[in-house]
Design a protein around this ligand. Structure first.
Ligand code: SF4
Length: 106
């Protein structure tokens, strides 16, 4: 098992390059800038990126898809969730505004 993995931070839209340390069980721990992309974040990352491992290991992290029904998010299967994406987004893909809007609706 590797003791670290290279990832793209998903916390915000910048997408910094990070190196995430793994413990003996593969559980993510400390992160650091990977230095793989000099023009983006080089050897720097913000405090959210430094603590990104807390999102991965959070007990509050969703473990299944959620879909909105009658205004409330309810547990769904992956087939149901991806079907909903198709219903809301795919028929509107020619309009960038509609794609952004459907992301908010799902
Ligand atoms: S390290 Fe910070 S700036 Fe970079 S993608 Fe993550 S949250 Fe965004």
């Amino acid at each position: 098992m590797p003791d670290s993995i290279l990832i793209i931070c998903s916390y915000c839209g910048v997408g910094c390059n990070l190196e995430l340390q793994l413990d003996d069980n593969g559980i993510p721990g400390k992160s650091s800038a990977s230095g793989r992309n000099e023009t983006l974040n080089d050897k720097y990352l913000c405090v959210e990126g430094f603590f990104i491992h807390e999102l991965v290991t959070s007990k509050e992290r969703p473990t299944h898809p959620l879909v909105r029904k009658r205004g409330k998010l309810v547990k769904a299967t992956w087939d149901e969730a991806t079907g909903k994406v198709g219903e809301v987004c795919l028929f509107k893909q020619s309009d960038e505004f509609e794609i952004a809007k459907c992301r908010l609706q799902i």
